[in-house]
Design a binder for this molecule. Structure first.
Ligand SMILES: [Zn+2]
Length: 92
């Protein structure tokens, strides 16, 4: 065990520290999703469209409707948290 982790753990067991670290990672992931809300569409790989075998024709991807981007799960969670906060504020 490194001195830094030992100091963070203190005298007690390491479980609360693990929970704290998990929480920190979750918050960091949420912040990351706020800054970078989109990821490349899994179906078209971010291209937004599929080319026909001839190469002259193409069609939009059904999944992302041609945008090539998909909203990340963390961003959806963030939007839900924000909406909840607005909701409670309106009723107070
Ligand atoms: Zn797509």
């Amino acid at each position: 065990m490194t001195p830094l982790i030992a100091a963070a753990n203190g005298a007690g067991p390491g479980t609360p520290t693990l929970i704290l670290l998990g929480l920190l990672a979750a918050v960091g992931y949420l912040i990351h999703c706020v800054i970078w809300p989109y990821r490349a569409c899994r179906k078209c790989g971010g291209a937004g469209r599929f080319r026909s075998p001839s190469g002259r024709a193409w069609r939009y991807c059904n999944r992302c409707t041609g945008r090539g981007a998909q909203l990340r799960i963390g961003r959806r969670i963030w939007t839900r948290i924000k909406n909840n906060a607005n909701h409670t504020r309106k009723h107070r």
